[in-house]
Ligand binder design. Structure first.
Ligand SMILES: *Cc1c(COP(=O)(O)O)cnc(C)c1O
Length: 423
């Protein structure tokens, strides 16, 4: 069999793109070489339907140990009582939870997609909006922030069975305690989807949903810096609305339902190579160096938001508590689509994004979403952020001047050479 040079040449091209560019997509990061090595291992050959010690296939003695390590490390990282590390992605984790705890046509309440929520929180184009009856809460136009009293009022009116909090684009922290009070008041389950800030939450740098939310889902590849994948967790405090007593059996009951929601509910065989890579990433996240990384991610984001505001850009909610921010470009007479296009030509990657109360379509948009998780992994510190914002501003203020864009591209490539990806 001949070597597949076509694909491997393309992979090298992508590696070059990632190495030379400034990566500001808020949901992306760079994993370590060990995480990649685990993912590219012989574990991909193994079928292991079921859970450690309870498999439907033989020969699982080794993968059992690997998956158990992933579970134990995740539990330690998040101080969780129970974890399922098998969801193939964040969307799969949410699908498994909803299949497990809802009946078709149940009412759900989520954060509006056009205000920063996620497709899997009830969007009509997603399973969550097709199989269930969604309603939504959003941010206030004035503040760009969620008013939790308004969420309470909507919940009372809509009587959802499941309330979902968490977002793809919301730069402020969440009041999980208050949301739990709301859920208890209307007899709903509360699920937090912490896909974006999971890593920051794990290190105690943001509010912790685990003591308040019945169920917590996340991806493993955003701030958490692991392989692409998902995970479901239960916290210690678990008086669920169907029963009165709070004891370990409640966790057992709920975890059994959730395990079944993953397999056989929505998935077949787990990806043990990815689960091994998750275990590697969790171990990295338990190291002191990851805590320093998370603190720097947040510092970089705060400085970036301030630099943009100093240049007259409108940052939604006036800043950020986490790794991300959303910039409304309407005051600069730019669309998100144009901004994304010209930045990419300067080797700066970011994504166009709806802003709350946007008057443009999801294909055009008025905003751009930025995050600092990836550039911080490269080693960029807050000291370099003003210069990076200057480069972006130069592109954005000269959208039709190819020379300016090419000058910035050169500066970006030169800068990134100082922050090598590997070794
Ligand atoms: C990214 C994200 C997801 C989906 O994760 P995938 O791995 O892309 O399926 C789900 N929910 C939220 C809030 C996200 O930000």
């Amino acid at each position: 069999m001949k070597k597949d040079t076509t694909i491997f040449n393309l992979i090298n091209e992508e590696k070059k793109r990632q190495t030379l560019g400034l990566e500001l997509i808020a949901s992306e990061n760079y994993v370590s070489e060990e995480v990649m090595r685990a993912m590219g291992s012989v574990l991909t050959n193994k079928y292991a339907e079921g859970l450690p010690g309870k498999r439907y296939y033989g020969g699982c003695e080794v993968v059992d140990q690997i998956e158990q390590l992933a579970i134990d490390r995740a539990k330690k990282l998040f101080n969780a009582e129970w974890v399922n590390v098998q969801p193939h992605s964040g969307a799969q984790a949410n699908a498994a939870v909803m299949l497990a705890v809802l009946k078709p046509n149940s009412r759900i309440l989520g954060f509006d997609l056009s205000h920063g929520g996620h497709l899997t929180h009830g969007s009509p184009v997603n399973f969550s909006g097709k199989l269930y009856q969604p309603s939504f809460y959003g941010v206030e136009e004035e503040t760009g922030q969620i008013d939790f009293d308004k969420v309470h009022a909507i919940a009372l009116k809509k009587q959802p069975k499941l309330i979902i909090c968490g977002a793809s684009s919301y730069s402020r922290d969440w009041d999980y305690k208050k949301l739990r009070e709301i859920a208890d008041h209307v007899g709903a389950l509360l699920m937090a989807d912490i896909s974006h800030p999971a890593g920051l939450i794990s290190r105690g740098l943001l509010n912790d949903p685990l003591p308040h939310c019945h169920i917590v889902t996340t991806t493993t590849h955003k701030t958490l810096r692991g392989p692409r994948g998902g995970m479901i967790m239960l916290g210690k405090d678990f008086p669920n609305p169907w029963k009165e007593k709070n004891n370990k059996d409640e966790v057992k009951m709920m975890s059994t339902i959730l395990d079944a929601g993953v397999f056989p509910g929505t998935q077949g065989g787990p990806l043990e190579h990815v689960i091994a890579a998750k275990a590697v990433a969790f171990n990295e996240a338990l190291d002191e160096s990851y805590m320093k990384y998370c603190i720097q991610v947040m510092k970089n984001a705060k400085v970036m938001a301030k630099c943009f505001m100093d240049k007259g850009y409108k940052v939604i909610s006036g800043g950020t508590d986490n790794h991300s921010m959303l910039i409304d470009l309407r005051s600069k007479n730019l669309t998100g689509k144009l901004a994304e296009n010209i930045l990419v030509r300067a080797d700066i990657t970011a994504n166009k994004n709806m802003v709350p109360f946007d008057d443009k379509s999801p294909f055009i948009t008025s905003g751009i979403r930025l995050g600092t998780a990836a550039i911080t992994t490269r080693g960029i510190k807050d000291k370099q952020i003003p210069m990076i914002v200057d480069l972006m501003d130069k592109v954005l203020m000269n959208p039709y001047k190819e020379q300016a864009i090419q000058e910035v591209k050169k500066d970006v490539n030169k800068l990134m050479k100082d922050y090598p990806l590997f070794g």
